[in-house]
Write a protein that binds this ligand. Structure first.
Ligand code: SF4
Length: 299
């Protein structure tokens, strides 16, 4: 059994669970929405560690394939019949740039009486104000997040750092702790069930970040996981181009990112363990997230 036991069966995983109980959640149909608001369309844009290649994340409509909601549900039905696929996962890019897509997808599944055991969405927690604007302009339905929540998808939500500075360094774009927290508040208030990650936290600011977050979401601590970063092929290509830009050795730059990510991860896991023991009386990750209560906004 893997130690980092969360994606893609992150929803069902329980300590000592039997593989046969877990496998259904591992049979996901995953599709990517092309384009992310942290990506400006160039070859080195977006999160440094993003595992999506720049071509797929650029948002360029000339590249890639257009799939309607009907096409996606057709594919899901085929996979359900042929392989027993049970989970449908929408990732990106950033799915909440087009929340109307999510609602249309779940309505289409409902209309055809197709029942995945689980629907998952990944989000970079940056589109709260955009969604408000789209609602105000009548581009999407009012209360669109609440309408999506009626289908109870499970959201993998990603904090991109623990301070404004660390977020900017990680995503190579503009966002802030306030923007991410604001978006999460909207998501949770709408009734959506969240499974948060922090990617490449800065151990120096992690504890104060958590304290601030708990002012809005008092029960969020047991749900937070620190994301483990790996150097995938697109990551390697991106860092190699960054090295060329700054005229440094690519091998050394990749190694220095890898070592910083590893040390931030290990240090942050220890900090989380101390916080969990102090506040919850259990070790970090001791209780599977599915067994913890839904994250709520402080009233
Ligand atoms: S937010 Fe996600 S999809 Fe966008 S660049 Fe970052 S890791 Fe990639």
């Amino acid at each position: 059994m893997r130690k980092e036991f969360d994606i893609p069966h992150w929803f069902s995983a329980k300590a000592n669970d039997l593989l046969e109980n877990i496998l259904p959640y591992d049979m996901a149909m995953t599709y990517q929405l092309k384009g992310c608001n942290f990506h400006k369309g160039g070859q080195i844009d977006g999160c440094v560690f993003c595992y999506v290649d720049d071509e797929s994340n650029s948002g360029n409509p000339d590249k890639g394939v257009y799939l309607s909601v009907e096409n996606i549900v057709d594919s899901f039905q085929k996979m359900q019949k042929g392989r027993g696929t049970k989970v449908i996962r929408t990732t990106g890019g950033e799915p909440f740039l087009v929340p109307e897509h999510m609602l249309a997808l779940y309505r289409e599944l409902e209309n055809r009486n197709v029942k995945p055991i689980l629907a998952q969405i990944d989000t970079n927690l940056s589109t709260g104000r955009l969604i408000e604007h789209l609602e105000k302009e009548g581009i999407v339905e009012k209360n669109i997040l609440g309408k999506i929540a009626e289908y109870d998808p499970k959201l993998l939500v990603a904090f991109k750092g623990t301070s404004d500075e660390s977020i900017r360094q990680n995503i190579q774009a503009v966002c802030s702790v306030e923007e991410q927290t604001y978006t999460l508040k909207k998501i949770v208030e709408a009734g959506l069930d969240i499974y948060p990650y922090i990617y490449n936290p800065d151990p120096k600011t992690l504890e104060s970040f958590m304290g601030k977050l708990q002012e809005t979401f008092p029960n969020i601590l047991p749900r937070i996981h620190i994301g483990l970063l790996k150097v995938y092929t697109p990551t390697k290509q991106r860092i190699t181009l960054l090295a060329q830009k700054y005229d440094v050795d690519p091998v050394q730059l990749i190694a220095s990112y890898e070592s910083a990510w590893k040390s931030n991860y290990e240090e942050s896991c220890k900090i989380m363990d101390t916080l969990c023991l102090k506040q919850e009386g259990v070790h970090y990750k001791e209780i599977p997230r599915v067994e913890t209560e839904r994250v709520k906004v402080k009233v």
